[in-house]
Design a protein around this ligand. Sequence first.
Ligand code: SF4
Length: 382
Amino acid sequence: MSLSTHHLYVHVPFCRLVCAYCDFVTVGGRGADIASYPDLLLAELAMRPASGHLATIYFGGGTPSLLPADRVARVVGAAIDRWGNAPTEVTLEANPSSRETPDWAGLRVAGVNRISLGIQSLRDAQLQMLARGQTADEGLAAYAAVRAAGFENVSIDLIYGIPGQSRADWREGLNLVLALAPEHLSLYALQLALAPDEWAAPPRPGALRWRKRMVPRQDDGLAAAQYELAEEVLDAAGFEHYELSSWARPGFESRHNSAYWERRPYTGIGAGAHSFDGRSRSWNERDLDAYMARTKAGERAMADSEQLDEPTRAFEAIALGLRRVTGLSRAAFANEFGTDPVERFAAAIGEGADLLEVDHDRIRLTTRGRLFANEALVGFAP
Ligand code: SF4
């Protein structure tokens, strides 16, 4: 990838049901707004500068698969016109539910070439525990439909650390998913703690009560054992563990997400979407009504921005670089920031001795460090 590579994130905040554990910018229902939202995405796209070579587009959510395929096609087409080239990877997140069946063939025609399917679990008891509003059979049917439409790059999301989910359940779930032969897997621990601002103003009181009920039933030690088991099982199945939560068959890493970890510039459009130009970050209004009103009025619905100072950029280089299983290059860091990170962060590396490993070229997390990544990063924070 050249240095001028650019990436486009498109946030689609609508969900049929809002899951109690979800921290994303989402709204339940709002069917009437789904039809008009793509016009606002197009309006915002026209307001935003388009620089570099557009390498990827990622429709994330929310549930982007709720958008009609012809609207997705318009957004993809507008991005191609704006940047003047067709991206190599266009991902769309989808929920496997028989009540929200997308036009898979239409999405392929629209230019989508990678589907990220939120299967989460293939056990009905666990899906009910998560109140996902989908069954295991619906997950299998959605996967079959995606393949039947000809998609050759499919990622599956799974959740571990679900209360009541044993190590054996998790192994069985991994084996069921491996039998489907996806190209990519994203495995997420169920996160029940809310971010501090959300504690201050919890957006969904019912969700807060659900999380508090679940917390005592979650076993962190078991979740760690499930993560280690996933490393073992997926490694044996030929998957490459390339990022804390991501596994891929060779050649099928997510190019879009890799751009985030490599701190490449990206433009985010839609409610709550973030953008990054290498030196500063900006983000749009999270509130859908505010986003829609400002965009309709012809202004960019930016909520705020921040200039990243040198210590913050250096920390982000470490934090994002360590997400990659191969770690970060000492030479690349020294080239950008003027010092070898092993010298600059000698104390943090010393404190995290069993969480980090250093060789002549790289710093990376150990297996234990991948389990306790937040602890490993504490000493690097500015
Ligand atoms: S479907 Fe996904 S984005 Fe929507 S509420 Fe559930 S977890 Fe959040």
